[in-house]
Ligand binder design. Structure first.
Ligand code: NAP
Ligand code: MG
Length: 789
């Protein structure tokens, strides 16, 4: 081809990135990669290994040790041993190590990028410009949090030894998301990379030694899913942080239930990409390219559902198809390709099977006219139109370059379609009308919303899902808390002193059987039974309704319906909480007597409980309009609003002691933040909560915001925790109840907040009030708003 012809055709020539250094590195490890434990390279006990391949060529890149349970055990021991010294060097000391790691990643960025492209098949343009720089940024950003930890997170301790499991789609970046915050804040880690893509983690381990990172702070155990399962099962791991599929996330939730291990889950998604008729359509087309063909669509937050306004749908799809024709697919090391290879033959087969299913279900498939390379795992960019929202390709995460399309007429319909998913990871909203975009963003049930943009990430901005996309955030201040635990919860509360009354309390009035409180009304229990309430000496104090499954379901339904509370202004919620506090204070003597009667404690003790409860209500009235979100400043022209949104409906199971204060201390933060709740009060002393109906009724708390179902705690808690319409579950009573709560929460992967049977000192504001509870009452949604021309 001569120059004139080149000008004429304007075709791309090959622009390969050199891989000599990566090959030299691989050659150096021809004998295979051992495990990285306690700062040493150690062979797997079984002596077994597995191959990792380059999916673009099918060539074997390296052999990697297959870690088993014994290896995981060694790694956990190394992490445990490293924990004390790592905490002793303090935040400033750790910050230096994180800076060193950040600089190390930067210094070797090209090697990391090439190895990542070889191992995963993603284009070098992406690894070079996105994965690796962002990984470095995570270490820099969290070096900062380490430095500031002692002042910014003074009320918290590190969690301890953390097991971390990552997927193959962003191998080094996911490693950075996991390791940087964990070690910055004084934890040590054992990380299991994905089986398909272990290499950059091993390169990271190798280079981390050169930065002087103390042995055992980071341990890397390679292997398949069962290696991950061994890490999850290890009894000396304090927390599991997992990124991967919802299916494995469920498995891990189940396995960790009741163990006391903290857990965060970053799971799958089926994210909406909404285009309004006033959007910059060319910009939005480029947005779609970045949403679903970035990393071959193997992105948890891929905008895989295009939801486009009907009036412009035909025009938009035509533009999109034209753009798809010009996408380039090929060798991941070619600097001018848009798409590389799918990670593995198995993943490719999965994509093909789902696409076939989509066609069977009547979807119309469109692919560009050009063919993908015959060798290697390639799949073309694909577009489905005429797709029913109920079809499999519209519901299931394909994790490949496949986009499905729906149309809508009104903004409400767009929101409805977008939220019609069990997932809730991310969404993009395209409109030139900022008012419309910012009206839609809060209505979307997901953890990240990009306005006129897509797939933006930064270490300062939390990332994570709603619903079955998991719980917890990674990145930013909100992500830091996932690696911390409250200092005030370290000590167990001292049990209350029981002082048997000199005379038995006055016998209860005959007709004073407390009912349930559902939808703002006192309701007879469905079963028609009641339970006796007795004091520790066995004297009958009264009776209470014996609620059952049906009552719980009614209460959840009432709470669902009271959604106006979540939309009410924070000012309104504050006013109502103050009003509740005032009305309780008017009846303080009556409430005090009730505590004395039920619990056989001294009057002084009961008085302290009532006064603290009143004060607590005032405190949460104060917090109602002050526990605000943040504005993050990621390095783009624009900002990210970290908004605190209510969880929705929270099920709350109260402790037995402190029947009033335990109830108020959990109810108040939940409703202050706009949640509606279903409460199971103290089983032994439920009457303080049932007396509270009248306080609620006289304080303008809207019907359905607080629902109370008394009865047998274990059964009620189990039903609540398994209920698909409950978004989060708090449990502060017995250990077994906490375990059942965590286990049952698997159904819809609700976020749980449990005491693991720990007696919380409700009288101490450091343990029983404030941020610890408020953070559990909200989920952070990050709304990205780029600006400028
Ligand atoms: P996956 O099968 O769930 O695997 C994720 C990790 O878990 C891998 O390291 C895997 O090991 C390991 N694993 C598998 N079975 C396990 C078990 N029983 N116990 C413990 N660990 C186990 O997911 P994937 O297919 O690799 O990755 C794709 C998924 O990740 C998608 O659903 C995607 O949406 C999600 N993802 C989510 C985010 C997010 O932040 N929300 C980010 C990226 C990806 P092997 O590799 O050996 O199987
Ligand atoms: Mg590979």
């Amino acid at each position: 081809m001569n120059i004139a012809e080149i000008f004429d055709k304007m075709d791309y020539g090959p622009a390969p990135e050199a891989d000599a250094e990566a090959q030299t590195w691989l050659k150096r490890h021809e004998g295979g990669f051992p495990l990285f434990i306690g700062g040493e390279w150690q062979a797997a006990q079984s002596g077994e290994s597995f191959e990792t391949i380059d999916p673009a060529t099918g060539k074997v890149l390296a052999r990697v040790a297959h870690g088993g349970a014994a290896d995981v055990d060694r790694a956990v021991k190394a992490a445990r041993q490293a924990l004390g010294p790592w905490q002793e060097i303090g935040g400033a000391g750790r910050a230096r190590h994180l800076y060193a790691l950040a600089r190390m990643v930067q210094r070797h960025s090209r090697l990391f990028a090439v190895v990542e492209s070889l191992d995963n098949g993603k284009p070098i343009r992406e690894t070079r410009d996105i994965d690796i720089p962002l990984a470095a940024r995570h270490f820099y950003h969290h070096a900062g949090w380490a430095r500031l930890q002692e002042t910014e997170f003074a009320a918290y301790d590190p969690i301890g030894v953390v097991g971390q499991i990552v997927p193959w789609n962003f191998p080094l970046l996911m490693l950075a998301w996991k390791i940087a915050p964990a070690i910055a804040l004084g934890n040590t880690v054992v990380l299991k990379p994905a089986e398909y893509t272990p290499l950059t983690a091993l390169l990271f381990a190798e280079l981390s030694r050169q930065t002087g990172l103390p042995p055992g702070v980071v341990n890397i155990v390679t292997g398949p899913g069962e290696t991950g399962a061994a890490l999850v099962a290890h009894s000396d791991v304090d927390k599991i942080a997992f990124t991967g599929s919802t299916e494995v996330g469920r498995f891990i939730r189940d396995k960790t239930a009741g163990t006391g291990k903290a857990l965060t889950l970053e799971l799958g998604g089926k994210s909406a990409f909404i285009v309004f008729d006033d959007a910059d359509l060319d910009g939005a087309v480029e947005g779609v390219v970045d949403a679903i063909w970035f990393n071959q669509g193997q992105v948890c937050c891929a905008g895989s559902r295009l939801i486009v306004q009907e009036s412009i749908a035909a025009q938009f799809i035509a533009k999109l198809k034209r753009r798809m024709e010009t996408l380039r697919i090929g060798s991941p090391l070619d600097k001018a390709v848009d798409m590389g290879a799918i990670v593995s033959p198995q993943q490719l087969a999965r994509i093909e099977a789902l696409v076939a299913k989509g066609r069977e279900e009547g979807g119309e498939l469109w692919q560009p006219s050009w063919a993908v390379p015959k060798q290697g795992c390639f799949y073309p960019p694909s577009l489905f139109t005429n797709v029913q929202p109920s079809s499999i390709v519209a519901r299931e995460e394909i994790f490949g370059p496949v986009l499905v399309t729906h149309t809508f007429r009104t903004p409400d319909e767009a929101v409805q379609l977008a939220n019609n998913s069990r997932y809730g990871l991310a969404a993009s909203v395209w409109s030139e009308t900022i008012g419309l975009a910012l009206d839609v963003a809060p209505q979307l049930k997901c953890g990240v919303v990009w306005v006129n943009s897509t797939n933006l990430f930064d270490a300062s901005v939390g990332f994570g899902g709603y619903r079955e996309s998991g719980f917890g955030r990674e990145g930013g201040r909100e992500g830091a808390f996932e690696y911390l635990k409250p200092k005030a919860w370290k000590k167990q509360a001292i049990p209350r002193k029981v002082k048997p009354p000199k005379r038995p309390p006055a016998p209860p009035e005959v007709d004073r059987t407390a009912k349930l409180y559902i939808g703002g009304k006192q309701a007879r229990p469905d079963g028609g039974y009641s339970l006796e309430v007795r004091n520790p000496a066995g004297h009958l104090i009264g009776e209470t309704g014996d609620g059952n499954r049906k009552d719980i379901r009614d209460a959840v339904e009432a709470a669902r319906k009271a959604e106006g509370w979540s939309a009410a202004s924070q000012h309104t919620r504050a006013q109502i909480l103050y009003y509740v506090a005032e009305n309780l204070s008017v009846r303080r003597d009556e409430f005090m007597q009730r505590i004395v009667d039920q619990c056989s404690v001294s009057r002084g003790d009961a008085k302290r409980e009532v006064e603290t409860a009143i004060d607590r209500l005032f405190a949460y009235g104060a917090w109602a309009d002050k526990f605000e979100g943040r504005i993050h400043a990621p390095p783009i022209r624009g900002l990210a609003l970290a908004v605190h949104e209510p969880m929705g409906v929270i099920g709350i199971v109260c402790a037995d002691d402190y029947p009033l204060l335990g109830f108020v201390s959990t109810m108040a933060p939940a409703i202050a933040m706009g949640n509606r709740i279903v409460v199971v009060p103290s089983e032994t002393s439920p009457l303080s909560a049932t007396d509270f109906y009248q306080v609620l009724e006289t304080s303008d708390v809207p019907a359905g915001v607080v629902n109370i179902v008394s009865g047998r705690r274990a059964a009620l808690a189990k039903t609540l925790a398994g209920h698909a319409d409950v978004d989060a579950m708090w449990h502060f009573a017995d250990r077994e109840g906490c375990e059942i709560t965590e286990r049952e929460s698997v159904s819809n992967l609700k976020r749980t907040f449990v005491g693991h049977g720990r007696a919380i000192d409700w009288l101490d504001p450091a343990a029983g009030e404030g941020e610890i509870f408020l953070r559990q009452a909200v989920q952070v949604k990050n709304i990205w708003i780029p600006y400028g021309e």
